[in-house]
Ligand binder design. Structure first.
Ligand code: 1CP
Length: 344
């Protein structure tokens, strides 16, 4: 089986010779080629130049035995396109110039022309698709509404995103309107990525696990359904990653996603028991890769065995439980990919 056939079979629940593998943040600062590109170009320039975004998206595929590429972009393109002024300073996380604090801030979001301002991402998808020449799977992505809302209110990274969580409790109507707007913009933009050739799109809810189950049900699920419903009506496939989402397991099915990307703390067998027909993806601890190549093999073997136990590993995708850490050695990534290739 070639990589594209294997990746699509996993998405369709068809038999596979082994589960496909790709890794969250597989293009990024741990790779020398990426660092070299970033010495010469700003982050937004890389995203906006199809040749550069394709170059950095292909580097991991050239080095490792991966089965799929992910378009090079960032979840914060959506707040940027809404006019919030997002920048990535050297060595720091993102900064937003205009944060969401009040109804008038929301009213100032620039909805008109937002799809045009985001068109560089589907263009990057199409460029990458062409370069993949039918050999590999391709993912598009967006931030999930709550995770985008968290950055829009906080204005930067945070451990607890207190401003977002306080707004949910203090001004729930404002939070709901912002979440609905972020969802609608994302839905349209994900459809454009599918149209441009993505085989599947992934929603990154990196901060959704900060909420308790009742708040996730009240605020996040309706916003997620605003995305999954129109996409599914057009036959698109959607994966949902929730970091720290084990306590949300019983309700995640109501998101409408076709599958779940599990973080390293989520229990694979519990998710499989609850969602027998879902695509499951994950969930190697990204820090395992910092323990060196020798530590990687037994853990990957155990994960493959767990996958194999149900339906001979159908509907399974090997991945990390969160993005690759920037200090990861490429040798450890190679060890992970080699182990997947050898053992299934
Ligand atoms: O060169 C640099 O200094 C920028 C580092 C970087 C990179 C490589 C950022 C800034 N974004 C990206 C690319 C990126 N981001 C991709 C495509 C690359 C790939 O996967 O191969 C993807 C899918 C993302 C998604 C993303 N961005 C998430 C969700 C996944 C996750 O890791 O949780 C989040 C939360 C972001 C926000 C963001 N963008 C960049 C940084 C450093 C951050 C984290 C900010 C924080 O600490 O809260």
């Amino acid at each position: 089986m070639d990589s594209l056939a294997r990746f699509r079979a996993a998405l369709d629940g068809a038999p596979v010779d082994r589960p496909p593998v790709w890794l969250m943040r597989q293009a990024g600062r741990y790779l020398p080629g990426y660092r070299e590109v970033r010495r010469q170009h700003g982050f937004w320039d890389v995203c906006h130049t199809p040749e550069l975004s394709t170059q950095v998206a292909l580097e991991p595929l050239d080095r490792f035995k991966l089965d799929a590429a992910i378009v090079f972009s960032d979840i914060l393109v959506v707040p940027q396109a809404l006019g919030l002024g997002v920048s990535f300073g050297p060595g720091e996380g993102p900064r937003l110039e205009r944060t969401l604090q009040s109804a008038s801030d929301l009213a100032a979001w620039k909805r008109d022309g937002v799809a045009e301002r985001l068109a560089f991402v589907p263009k990057a998808v199409a460029h990458l698709k062409h370069a993949l020449a039918g050999r590999y799977g391709l993912l598009g992505f967006s931030g999930a509404p709550f995770t985008l809302f968290a950055y829009c209110t906080e204005g930067s990274g945070s451990d607890d995103f207190a401003k977002a969580r306080i707004m949910l409790h203090k001004e729930p109507w404002l939070a709901e309107r912002a979440l609905a707007t972020l969802a609608d913009v994302s839905a349209e933009y994900l459809e454009a990525q599918c149209e441009a050739g993505a085989d599947v799109v992934q929603l990154f809810d990196t901060w959704g696990g900060l909420l308790d189950r009742a708040d996730y049900v009240r605020f996040c699920l309706p916003a997620l359904r605003r995305i999954t419903e129109p996409l599914k009506a057009r036959g698109r496939k959607v994966l949902l990653f929730v970091r720290g989402g084990q306590h949300l397991l019983p309700v995640l099915g109501d998101s409408g996603a076709d599958g779940f990307a599990l973080d390293w703390r989520s229990d694979w067998s519990e998710f499989r028991a609850r969602y027998p027909k879902a695509i499951l993806q994950g969930n190697v601890d990204p820090l395992l890769l910092l323990a060196g190549a020798d530590a990687v093999s037994p853990r990957v073997r155990a994960l493959l065995e767990t996958m194999q136990q149900v339906d001979a590993g159908r509907r399974c995708i090997v991945n990390l439980g969160h993005g690759i850490h920037k200090d990861t050695s490429p040798d450890a990534v190679a060890a992970l990919c080699d182990e997947v290739k050898v053992h299934a």
